[in-house]
Ligand binder design. Structure first.
Ligand SMILES: C[S@@+](CC[C@H](N)C(=O)[O-])C[C@H]1O[C@@H](n2cnc3c(N)ncnc32)[C@H](O)[C@@H]1O
Length: 211
């Protein structure tokens, strides 16, 4: 399979059609950073089947969740609707099917922009990052968590193609160029149940200065 076919919406649709590929609930770093924040407006970039979007809405956030897999988005929508019908979703999620390397967000519309485990070829990754940065409101945060480039040789799981893995320095440079202040940029060790060694995640947290 070519890298473009491997990363196509159709390939992701097929993967999601076989069941949810991810653990339930938020990633540990997403939880650590976001749980203490007051709820506001969030954009979940490449939301998958919505584990973060639904969790955020459960905390009272108004979330825009975007992914190019229609199957994943439909699964997320159904989960959110089910929780909402039980009265267990104080916030809300607006679901959209779109390519996040081209989809233009409303500028300065989000108090939190989340990119969790979005792995794209470099040009598309840069485009997605720049567009994501545009969505961050003054005083708002952008959090990126991804399989780090070092994960390939020293970690566990994640894509096997080095060109799509994340690198804190590359992300930092792009976000600074987009006018954000980088507050945290590091590789975080994440224990993985049943694995011989932990996963290594790029974590970058950046803020748009308040006006
Ligand atoms: C590893 S999953 C992560 C999903 C979610 N962020 C999470 O942490 O559970 C990567 C997601 O990126 C989506 N994706 C990949 N390329 C994309 C693109 N160009 N535009 C929109 N979504 C994309 C896939 O459909 C998939 O849902």
């Amino acid at each position: 399979m070519t890298s473009s076919a491997r990363g196509s919406a159709a390939a992701w649709d097929a993967r999601y059609a076989a069941g949810s590929p991810w653990p339930q609930g938020p990633n540990v770093t997403v939880h650590e950073v976001v749980a203490p924040l007051p709820p506001g407006r969030a954009r979940d970039v490449a939301c998958g089947d919505g584990r973060h979007a639904v969790w955020l809405a459960g905390l009272g956030w108004q979330v825009e969740a975007v992914d190019f897999s229609a199957v994943a988005v439909e699964r997320g929508r159904r989960t959110a609707e089910s929780l909402a019908s039980e009265g267990a979703l104080p916030g809300s999620v607006t679901w959209r099917v779109a390519d996040v390397s081209a989809d233009r967000p409303e500028p300065a519309s989000a108090d939190l922009v989340l990119l969790a485990f979005l792995h794209l070829p470099p040009d598309q990754a840069m485009a997605a990052l720049e567009l994501s940065a545009q969505a961050v409101a003054p005083g708002g945060l952008l959090l990126l968590v991804g399989h780090d480039r070092t994960n390939l040789d020293h970690g566990t799981g994640g894509p096997r193609h080095p060109e799509v893995l994340t690198d804190a320095e590359v992300v930092t440079t792009a976000l600074r160029a987009a006018g954000l202040l980088v507050e945290r940029a590091e590789v975080v060790t994440r224990p993985v149940e049943g694995a011989d060694r932990p996963a290594l995640d790029t974590v970058v947290l950046a803020r748009r200065p308040a006006e």
